[in-house]
Design a protein around this ligand. Structure first.
Ligand SMILES: Cc1cc2nc3c(=O)[nH]c(=O)nc-3n(C[C@H](O)[C@H](O)[C@H](O)COP(=O)(O)OP(=O)(O)OC[C@H]3O[C@@H](n4cnc5c(N)ncnc54)[C@H](O)[C@@H]3O)c2cc1C
Length: 475
């Protein structure tokens, strides 16, 4: 164990030191690193992905394993400090860091144990999506995950986990076989279909409300290693025609094809020609999770439609495809998200989207719509807490800037756009919520699932120890 809580002076406000006796007691068993406000790495370690979040905990406990998690949780309970739990730190509202509390940081927990014969993989809670993909793709296997490789596996899984393989194989939670989880009373238990089945139901979408997951066990699927990857951009002026074509093409596509529609200014990245940088565009991304030649045929109609300004479609290594959007979402981006599900990309929905897409000023802001259906919709509505199975598309309106400059304007843009979508709201993905209050969390789950989650919360966390999340209140 390395205690480094007093080494260097810190800039700015210093939160009060935690109870010394409790800290000494923690230090006697903790194997990882304990970082306080005067530690050299404090300011680096308190950062989360969303650059607009600036909070100062009294202690960051960098855990190396389940016993560290148990010890850090006991410390938090003994001192009654606010408790934030961090996987990859990508929560939009920044729930994985807090003011004047403790952060249980699972980042160092990177273990991955793969059993290709059984078709399963165990991954610890500090693993990032790209790390898991690299390990599984070495065997031509994959767990369906999200679309940006530096996102944390833990938070993504606990909220549901949509991504490029979802229409073929389902959400990330649909692959989950078991978890090891430390409950509020400090017990490390297994939750699966056979053991603590109620808890297992809750963690497949109910977020971090019921405990701290230390590891996940997933079912694997054969993927790639080369897949047919599609990325097309048209000028926004061609948008309405393109999107009407897209709507028909995507809705009749087989489950192998998962697609996303993106409205934004073209990113200034290497893959996009310079003359298009910063210009308003409509983009269609796609991934074909099947034999390569079938993918080429499936993509062909969309590639041939209109005059695509950029066509980056090609057979790609699956891990490369998974990283296609990484450079659009760097660490430290100032971000405000407003999300909604819609039943369909009706003409009215598209009219709202295009009106507001035309007003985007920041090259970082986006409207994205991920197409659901396929395997996602074939899992029963109440088999997991995930509330969007019967929605048509997950829509996210992301106001984003590289620095504080212009951020408020993008936030206002996102809010205004979302408000105009209101007649079409049919739900919302819980992992895309900001800190928006209980009503919105209820909307994410729907009444029946929310009531069941509440009963589970009363059983497993009646004192609401785990509340820095999309909170399901026990009372
Ligand atoms: C750039 C970017 C791209 C994204 N793309 C996708 C996507 O393609 N698909 C998708 O489904 N979502 C996507 N998301 C949303 C993502 O699922 C959430 O932001 C998710 O919460 C990130 O998990 P994390 O571990 O990185 O976050 P963290 O901020 O570490 O945690 C998020 C929440 O989960 C809790 N938590 C984390 N780890 C644990 C644990 N082990 N036990 C209990 N509670 C825990 C935290 O306390 C916090 O409340 C994206 C987000 C970003 C920022």
């Amino acid at each position: 164990m390395k205690v480094d809580v007093d080494a260097h002076p810190t800039a700015g406000e210093v939160p009060p030191a935690p109870d010394r006796a409790a800290l000494v007691s923690l230090g006697s068993t903790f194997r990882g690193e304990l970082i306080g406000p005067r530690s050299a790495s404090y300011h680096e370690r308190r950062k989360v992905w969303n650059g607009s979040v600036d909070r100062r905990p009294v202690l960051i406990a960098r855990c190396t394993g389940a016993s560290d998690v148990v010890a850090a949780l006991a410390f938090a309970r003994r001192t009654d400090l606010p408790l934030a739990v961090r996987g990859g730190g990508h929560s939009f509202p920044g729930f994985s860091v807090c003011d004047r509390g403790i952060v249980i940081d699972l980042g160092p927990m990177k273990g991955i144990r793969l059993d290709p014969d059984a078709g399963t993989v165990h991954a610890q809670a500090g693993v990032l999506l790209g790390e898991l993909d690299s390990a599984t793709q070495a065997y031509g296997l994959a767990v369906p995950l999200g679309s940006v490789t530096h996102t944390g596996l833990a938070g993504l899984t606990l909220g549901g986990g949509f991504g490029w393989l979802m229409r073929k194989h389902g959400l990330t939670i649909d692959q989950l076989l078991s978890v090891r989880i430390v409950t509020a009373d400090g017990e490390l238990v297994t939750a699966s279909e056979d053991e603590n089945a109620d808890l297992f139901w809750g963690v497949r979408g109910g977020g971090g409300n019921f405990g701290i997951v230390t590891s996940f066990e997933f079912r694997l699927h054969a993927i790639g290693p080369t897949i047919q990857s599609g990325l097309l951009f048209w000028p926004l002026d061609d948008g309405p025609e393109v999107v009407r074509f897209y709507r028909d093409w995507a809705s009749s596509a087989p489950d192998e094809l998962t697609t996303v529609l993106v409205l934004r200014r073209a990113p200034a990245v290497e893959l996009v020609p310079k003359e298009l940088h910063g210009k308003p565009v409509v983009g269609v991304g796609s991934c074909w999770a099947g034999p390569l030649d079938g993918g080429e045929r499936a993509l062909e109609p969309m590639r041939r439609f209109g005059r695509a300004a950029v066509d980056l479609s090609a057979p790609r290594a699956f891990v490369e495809h998974q990283a296609l959007f990484d450079s659009s979402f760097p660490h430290g981006l100032w971000v405000y998200s407003k999300a909604t599900d819609v039943a369909a990309l009706s003409d009215d929905v598209l009219a709202v989207a295009f009106e507001h897409a035309g007003r985007i000023t920041s090259p970082r802001s986006t409207i994205t719509a991920w197409q659901l259906g396929g395997a996602v919709a074939r899992v029963g509505e109440f088999e997991t807490p995930f509330g969007s199975r019967s929605s048509g598309h997950l829509v996210d309106i992301l106001g984003a800037t590289d620095t504080p400059e212009g951020f408020e304007q993008e936030r206002d843009w996102a809010r205004a756009c979302w408000t105009d979508f209101a007649p079409h709201h049919v739900g919302v993905y819980v992992n895309w919520l900001m800190e928006e209050g209980e009503e919105r969390v209820r909307q994410a789950y729907g009444e029946e699932r929310y009531d069941r989650l509440k009963a589970l919360k009363r059983r497993y966390d009646p004192e609401n120890v785990f509340r820095l999340n999309q909170n399901i209140r026990p009372d």
